[in-house]
Write a protein that binds this ligand. Structure first.
Ligand code: BTN
Length: 245
């Protein structure tokens, strides 16, 4: 991974560039990095705050020949790789909130967005979009994000090398991806569970048919979260956001 690296000063979104690169034949492992994004994308149609020179705004092209419904597993794999890389590079207590938000002291420091297209039964390609708030200071965040978002520098008390972290992430990702392609999701699931700040905790999520509340119990083979409600019902959550209570 990372044999081909495209670095930009400003883009709308590194995801868009990565999709274009795939269309023009870029191989698996190609990465796109930008100093700033003018229209950074988050999950569920949200935007992603991507100020200049302070973060890692990166997209990674993958071409795993796996069934489409395994995509959530790759999302969880990315979170494991990123969490391990951050733990190696800076001494912070970091954990994963299902499915793939990385939290330090309850605040979000990094997010992952997987996009695929040209699907048939098997995935043709996936773009893993990684956003890490590395050296942002409190003033770099708009007021409304200050209580929910943080950066590695704020939490560790010192600047963190973006190059070092990209390198650490690619190494971890390569290791996790090889493990996944060889042994399947089971070992990744164990690693995810060990890093999770979600399991065994009360959570709440909203669905089109109302709120679900309960204790987050476990991950299933597809990466869905099983929640046990007060009445003992087991409910699976396949996508969306949860709130830790
Ligand atoms: C989220 O938590 O909602 C996911 C955020 C993903 C942000 C990254 S930054 C690099 C890549 N380009 C984008 O436009 N988004 C992802």
């Amino acid at each position: 991974l990372g044999q081909k690296v495209h670095i930009y000063d400003e883009v709308d979104s590194t995801q868009t560039i990565a999709h274009q690169l795939v269309a023009s034949g870029a191989p698996e492992g190609t990465i796109v990095l930008a100093e700033r994004q003018t229209a950074g994308r988050g999950r569920m149609g949200r935007s992603w705050h991507s100020p200049s020179g302070k973060g890692i705004w990166m997209s990674l092209i993958l071409t795993p020949r796996i069934p489409v419904y395994f995509m959530p597993q790759l999302t969880l794999l990315s979170a494991v790789a990123l969490c391990r890389a951050i733990q190696k590079v800076c001494q912070v207590e970091i954990g994963i909130k299902w499915p793939n938000d990385l939290l330090i002291h309850g605040k979000k420091v990094s997010g992952i967005l997987l996009e695929s297209s040209g699907e048939d039964e098997r995935l043709k390609y996936v773009i893993a979009g990684i956003g890490i708030s590395v050296n942002l200071s409190v003033e770099d965040y708009p007021e409304e994000l200050r209580s929910i978002a943080t950066s590695l520098a704020i939490e560790s008390g010192s600047e963190v090398s973006r190059e070092g972290l990209v390198q650490a992430f690619l190494l971890e990702f390569e290791e996790m991806y090889a493990l996944y392609l060889e042994k399947g999701f089971a070992p990744i699931r164990l690693l995810w569970e060990a890093l999770s700040v979600t399991l065994k905790r009360p959570i709440r999520t909203s669905t089109p048919s109302g709120f679900i509340e309960g204790i987050a119990d476990s991950l299933d083979d597809t990466g869905a979260l099983t929640v046990i409600s007060a009445s003992g019902e087991r409910i699976k959550i396949y996508s969306g956001d949860i709130e830790l209570k």
